[in-house]
Design a protein around this ligand. Structure first.
Ligand code: GRF
Length: 198
């Protein structure tokens, strides 16, 4: 039986769709749940339209109770039988206990060439630094933000005239290639990183 994958989102869910499409195309894994912390996340309807189960754990119901938020997500993942969790634009930080319990079974995609630019505003920071190469990283999730072992990276040139929005759009396209390739290799147990050039 192929690996059961849950995808956690907060918004558009274009990376989530790339993962669902890749899993549907060659069956290396199967999506068992798409979960959002925001009830209005556009990705929820897109997942449902593909016949994938969806759930919402609204972080606003857990103000000041991070452990409760994590426990509610954990309950949904357990109910769905998720073995691997992919964070795909999930904009909440998960607690160390939650992350540690899923060590080696949770991935994230980040729009920079980690270890450069963990956190937010990665495209603007790459431009401000004068970088000539930028890109995105899929990594295992560890309690330290955007710092776990690298599973894959995709690079592209920074072009003259690039703005944060232009660069973000180019990197976003790369993300949709990288995440499925990285997940495929991860579930196969191959530990050589996926390296793509855009
Ligand atoms: C992506 O840029 C991803 O790298 C970051 O959040 C964004 C999510 O975009 N973590 P989408 O919702 O997958 O379109």
């Amino acid at each position: 039986m192929s690996a059961a994958v849950a995808v956690l989102i907060s918004g558009t869910g274009s990376n989530m769709l790339a993962l669902l499409d890749a899993m549907a195309a060659d069956g290396f894994a199967r999506p068992v749940l798409v979960l959002s912390n925001r009830p209005d996340a556009a990705g929820l309807a897109k997942a449902a339209a593909r016949g994938v189960a969806t759930a919402v754990v609204d972080h606003r119901d857990f103000r000041g109770d991070r452990a409760g938020f994590d426990a509610a997500i954990d309950a949904e993942l357990t109910r769905a039988g998720a073995e691997i969790v992919c964070l795909a634009g999930f904009m909440r930080i998960l607690g160390a206990d939650f992350v540690t319990a899923r060590a080696g079974r949770m991935l994230n995609i980040h729009p920079s060439l980690l270890p450069k630019y963990p956190g937010l505003d990665t495209h603007a920071r790459a431009l401000a630094a004068g970088d000539v190469v930028h890109g995105c990283t899929v990594h295992e999730v560890t309690p330290e933000l955007d710092a776990g072992p690298m599973v894959g990276q995709a690079r592209c040139a920074v072009l003259p005239g690039d703005t944060p929005d232009l660069l973000a759009a180019r990197v976003h396209g790369l993300e949709h290639q990288l995440y499925p390739a990285a997940l495929r290799r991860f579930v196969a147990g191959e530990r050589e990183p996926v390296l793509l050039e855009g």
